[in-house]
Design a protein around this ligand. Structure first.
Ligand code: SF4
Ligand code: SF4
Ligand code: SF4
Length: 206
């Protein structure tokens, strides 16, 4: 392997590691989540099993919140950083670019950033995401399935009966313990461990 190739590989691994750390911060919301977990200690909350979800689109329309409490999250550890991203580009896109007409997302909630030839990073702007699952379907069909849906607990009302769970055709929405409120693809254990540490640090400080 040439020095140049090896250097590129190292840079990419470093970049991916940074991405994974960022994913946890974005997906779990750091201290805010620790507060959430504390206030729901011992309780159950609603969450989507990303391996059961069939991307039917109902998460965008059936939630009592508008826009939906369901958002797309990104497991960077699984992403191929593809130029031709099935979650970002329409199948019939004229070119691989950030032009609005090429984007699959109806609200332009996915940000595409060039990293190094031929890799691109995709980041979700949760303020814009409506949980429609179009990108998840594209990523699952043509890529690694790193984009997936989660109920974000800083928005969810934790309804007695989740209105989306009632109509979900895949029974993908169930109750999970509030101290492990996310089912993040590829990050299950790491995410749970980090959240536990945040909670115990807060308890120690009280
Ligand atoms: S309703 Fe169920 S299958 Fe449809 S997008 Fe939501 S979690 Fe996925
Ligand atoms: S395609 Fe839908 S689920 Fe994906 S980021 Fe855009 S609004 Fe969110
Ligand atoms: S529990 Fe309520 S607020 Fe939360 S995702 Fe379901 S319908 Fe939306």
């Amino acid at each position: 392997m040439s020095d140049k190739t090896e250097r590129k590989g190292m840079e990419r691994r470093r970049f991916i590691k940074r991405g994974m750390q960022a994913t946890l911060a974005v997906s779990l919301g750091g201290v805010a989540v620790a507060s959430f977990m504390k206030s729901y200690a011992g309780e159950m909350v609603w969450q989507i099993d990303p391996f059961k979800c069939v991307q039917c689109g109902r998460c965008a329309d059936e939630c009592v919140m508008m826009p939906s409490a369901v958002k797309c999250v990104h497991a960077y550890a699984l992403c191929g950083y593809c130029d031709l991203c099935g979650g970002y580009l329409k199948p019939n896109a004229n070119e691989r670019s950030t032009a609005a007409e090429n984007q699959l997302c109806p609200t332009a909630a996915i940000k595409r950033k060039f990293i190094e030839d031929p890799y691109f990073e995709y980041e979700i702007d949760e303020e814009l995401c409506i949980g429609c699952a179009k990108c998840v379907a594209g990523c699952t069909s043509f890529g690694n399935g790193s984009l997936h849906l989660q109920i974000r607990h800083d928005r969810c009302k934790n309804c007695n009966e989740c209105a989306i769970a009632r109509v979900c055709p895949a029974d993908a929405i169930t109750r999970v313990p509030a101290n492990q409120p996310y089912l993040i693809k590829g990050d299950f254990t790491a995410a749970g461990d980090k959240a536990k540490k945040d909670t115990s640090r807060m308890s120690d400080n009280n």
